[in-house]
Design a protein around this ligand. Structure first.
Ligand code: AR6
Length: 198
């Protein structure tokens, strides 16, 4: 699917990453990053991340799609978790999904950067704890919760880069799963600056 143009998109993506890149790791890290455009529930990975709400009882958007595909056993396990605060993350099995696990995280309602950072950091920390090697993230909080797409993509890229700087040996692949054409354009525009290929 090719991007066909949208006048609301930023003309230029010029925010620079504020991580101190360890350039000696660039090639290794860039090799572990992908963009996938489409439905996250089709991905056969160790974990897909769910942009849930604090009840963890399902909802619309990607949350609805994940619960529909996983089947009712997922909701049963989620109910035992007693909810999840914004910025935190909790893991379940994947049930009927091709993904082995679902990491449920709750984005901020509105532009609260530290909470969105927490979503990525805590999801990646769970990945490490549970020894999962492949993970796919949707564009957390940018749908129903209304976080602006471009700043959200910077937060996502920065947190993943920071995590991989320390933990790249434990990670085989991080997939940014974009669902909207404008997010594909945004991630293609900025990932190169966080994950330069040389
Ligand atoms: N695969 C990948 N990405 C998807 C899919 C899919 N199947 N469906 C939608 N997206 P949203 P939020 C994208 O609204 O903003 C729920 O009701 C979507 O285009 O799902 O964190 C929860 O229960 C957007 O880019 O999550 C909460 O109440 C991104 O996923 C609330 O929505 C996130 O959009 C959470 O809102």
């Amino acid at each position: 699917k090719e991007y066909s143009g949208n006048s609301q998109l930023p003309k230029k993506i010029d925010t620079l990453p504020d991580v101190n890149l360890d350039n000696s790791k660039n090639a290794v890290l860039a090799d572990k990053i992908s963009i996938f455009e489409g439905d996250i529930t089709t991905l056969q990975v160790d974990a897909i991340v769910n942009a849930a709400n604090s009840s963890l009882r399902g909802g619309g958007g990607v949350d609805g799609a994940i619960h529909r595909k996983a089947g009712p056993e997922l909701l049963k396990e989620c109910i035992t978790l007693n909810g999840c605060a914004a910025g935190e993350a909790k893991v379940t099995k994947g049930y009927k999904l091709p993904a082995k696990h679902v990491i449920h995280t709750v984005g901020p309602y509105g532009e609260k950067t530290n909470i969105l950072q927490g979503c990525y950091k805590n999801s990646l920390d769970i990945m490490l704890d549970v020894k999962l090697r492949t993970i796919a993230f949707p564009c957390i909080a940018t749908g129903i919760y209304g976080y602006p797409n471009l700043p959200a993509a910077h937060v996502a890229s920065r947190e993943v880069r920071k995590h991989l700087e320390k933990n790249h040996d434990a990670v085989d692949r991080v997939i940014f799963c974009v669902f909207l054409p404008e997010d594909k354009v945004i991630y293609e525009g900025i990932l190169q600056s966080y994950f330069p290929t040389q």
